[in-house]
Ligand binder design. Structure first.
Ligand SMILES: [Ca+2]
Ligand SMILES: [Ca+2]
Ligand SMILES: [Ca+2]
Length: 562
């Protein structure tokens, strides 16, 4: 038989007159218990719980010498190194020494857990599939230097880290005979008896500037992270700013961060690991639910997945943000192709249950774009618990009459008719309409949907959010996703299937829901002159099938919804 000479392409065109649900996030499905949620509109987007990760930057290092760089983290960043194959850092016993150079001005971090060097999984309540263990050096909420054997003990130094904008060398050594000794700028500042063993963690990776790839993200610069398989003496520490100590045979890893960007190559026991940005790490290692909160002041659950939902159905889930203490939780959806970037008609919807005691004047439910471009939906407490929509950079528009009650689930919607009006709905009932001709500015940067706060964590939401839906049309009241028990059904795309015989091939697709669809072909792509396939489809067993003779030339097919 002649070799098949055609290439087959699926194209699916939508009816432009009716438009589309471009974003639908039901928060019901978190595969593998990870904090990554699915895109229920089928647009190929993926959401993540926690603060978006920023990129690490380079700043001058502590030596002041040319070529000495350090990594600067802004509180939303971090680095991670895969140690799963070699297990070089997976110490089962003391001794070890953790040390680095640190500079920070942000004393607002006092009150939170902060990590400089963290290996494995922090301690906490038992959780299926999570083996807690490893070790950490960083700051306790008190602001003091703290060494931790995860799932065993926190060892407190009593010595505060100086948030004075100067470089400081910090170190903790641990040996069974000598306990934990803390050093600040090369001088021993505390000694605490301890002799327990290290619990090997279920994830063998090193975090720098964060715990567990996203928690407790540090705001400051870090350099010369060194992990040694020895309890180093003061003169063996890398605490002289001008002179980097040579790598020793007990140096498990040293990162000097002298590259201008990640990845950062480690030195030490081969194969020394490579530190990548946490933003890159999480693509293939999505953190567990609750393990990537990040940000300046995450709640303990930060953000949590809960079973309190509008439908109350067994499989329904919603997301909890913040608390009554000005804590800040976020989720986000990267949208590189601008699926959610709207400047015509649009409809924004969400189910929310707001806290009985609000914290702050306004809580953002979701926010697309940047301060001058995009749109947001919020609850304006200062205006009397009113539903508000904002066309970013143009207008803040609280409703006159759409009032949000605390502690009950409500469906909120705002419909924008471009050049005409904004209409507010609560529980599917129209509240009020105002004239508005200001339009919406497309986002040019930050093509990201931020959920639970503005782009930078501002105006953080407290309460529960479910079923965020964004449409690129002005929906009518009866088209809203306002039935609590019956979430909107998003039409699944109709897919073409291909079959082959000796001299023909067949194209088939589901009969249901495909009335009026046209099968078309073209011989070269790119191209615009598609021709209708003359062979008529045969309906059998719920499928429409078209049989076409093999021609030996290339041809592309699509199924188009007119
Ligand atoms: Ca849900
Ligand atoms: Ca350096
Ligand atoms: Ca708030």
């Amino acid at each position: 038989m002649a070799c098949l000479g055609f290439v087959f392409v699926l194209l699916f065109l939508t009816r432009p007159a009716l438009g589309d649900v471009v974003g639908y996030f039901k928060f019901d499905t978190f595969p593998d218990d990870n904090g990554a949620f699915t895109d229920d509109a089928g647009k190929g987007l993926q959401g993540r719980l926690g603060f978006p990760f920023s990129a690490p930057r380079s700043v001058p290092g502590p030596s002041g010498q040319a070529g000495d760089l350090a990594v600067a983290l802004d509180g939303s960043s971090g680095l991670a190194t895969d140690d799963s194959a070699a297990g070089i850092l997976n110490f089962l016993t003391a001794p070890l020494t953790l040390e680095c150079w640190v500079l920070s001005t942000n004393a607002l971090q006092i009150g939170r857990h902060r990590a400089f060097i963290s290996y494995g999984i922090p301690g906490g309540p038992p959780r299926e599939g999570l083996v807690r263990g490893g070790y950490n050096f960083g700051l306790a909420p008190s602001g003091e230097l703290r060494f931790t054997l995860f799932a065993v003990v926190d060892v407190f130094s009593g010595v505060p880290f100086p948030f004075d904008g100067q470089w400081h060398h910090v170190a903790a050594s641990y040996s069974v005979a000598d306990g934990v000794r803390f050093y600040l700028d090369g001088a021993e500042v505390a000694s605490v008896p301890e002799n327990r063993a290290i619990v090997p963690p279920g994830s063998r990776h090193l975090d720098i500037g964060a715990f567990f790839t996203g928690l407790g993200r540090f705001d400051g610069a870090i350099d010369r992270v060194r992990i040694s398989k020895a309890a180093l003496t003061p003169d063996q520490l890398d605490s002289v700013a001008s002179t980097v100590k040579p790598v020793r045979n007990d140096t498990a890893v040293l990162y000097n961060f002298n590259e201008a960007n990640p990845p950062y190559q480690g030195q030490g026991l081969p194969p020394a690991g490579v530190a990548v940005s946490t933003a890159e790490w999480v693509i293939n290692h999505p953190p567990r639910i609750g393990a990537s909160a990040g940000g300046p002041k995450a709640s303990a659950a930060g953000p949590g997945v809960v079973t309190n939902t509008p439908s109350g159905a067994a499989a329904d889930r919603a997301v909890q943000f913040g608390g009554a203490d000005f804590s800040i939780d976020m989720a986000f959806v990267q949208d590189p192709n601008g699926v959610l970037n709207l400047n015509g008609d649009w409809t924004l919807e969400a189910w929310v249950q707001v806290a009985a005691v609000p914290d702050g004047d306004r809580d953002v439910i979701f926010y697309y774009g940047s301060p001058e471009h995009g749109y947001s939906l919020s609850v304006n407490y200062a205006a009397g618990n009113k539903l508000q929509v904002t066309t970013l950079g143009i207008a803040d528009m609280p409703s006159d009459t759409a009032i949000i009650q605390p502690d009950v689930w409500q469906h909120l919607a705002v419909v924008h008719r471009n050049g005409q009006s904004i209409t507010y709905f609560v529980n599917g009932q129209e509240a009020d309409t105002r004239s508005y001709a200001g339009g919406t500015r497309l986002a040019t940067t930050n093509k990201v949907l931020y959920i639970g706060a503005e782009w930078d964590g501002g105006l953080a939401f407290s309460g529960l959010i479910d079923r965020i839906r964004i449409s690129n049309t002005a929906l009518a009241a009866n088209q809203l996703d306002s039935d609590p028990l019956n979430p909107a059904v998003v039409e699944a795309p109709v897919r073409l299937a291909i079959g082959l015989s000796q001299s023909n091939f067949t194209l088939s697709w589901p009969d249901a829901g495909s009335s009026g669809y046209l099968l078309e072909f073209i011989d070269t792509l790119p191209g615009t002159l598609w021709s209708p396939e003359p062979a008529a489809p045969v309906v059998a067993a719920g499928q429409k099938t078209v049989t076409i003779p093999l021609t030996g030339s290339t041809r592309f097919y699509r199924l188009r919804r007119p």
